[in-house]
Write a protein that binds this ligand. Structure first.
Ligand SMILES: [Zn+2]
Length: 109
């Protein structure tokens, strides 16, 4: 079983975090860093440790399967339209168009 030796940020104890009881979180975009989410086996406190460089390479090399997450995205209906934003001139033009409207039929379901 793969273990990572580190110092707990809460209880300052020397701990061995078992990788089958931790989560190695990485971005879906290839990057050279990750986060290790674990609970301290001594005090039980949850913690997050940044993992970079040689340790990250070793964890991936020995077969630790990372949880790859992407940036959250909005549903298509909530995304802004692919048009340029309104300008002051657009608002003036809209105001002039509205000026020529004499009456409006009420909306009926
Ligand atoms: Zn601890």
């Amino acid at each position: 079983m793969t273990e990572v030796l580190m110092t707990c940020t809460r209880c300052d104890g020397e701990i061995a975090v078992r990788m089958d009881q931790a989560i190695l979180r990485m971005d879906i975009e290839p990057r050279a860093d990750a986060e290790l989410l674990y609970c301290c086996p001594s005090c039980g406190a949850p913690s997050v440790r940044r993992v970079v460089g040689e340790l990250l390479t070793l964890l991936l090399f020995v077969g630790v399967e990372p949880l790859r997450l992407s940036e959250p995205t909005l549903p298509r209906a909530d995304q802004p339209p692919a048009v340029s934003p309104l300008t002051r001139d657009d608002l003036l033009t809209w105001h002039e168009v509205l000026h020529d409207i004499e009456n409006v039929t009420p909306w009926q379901p």
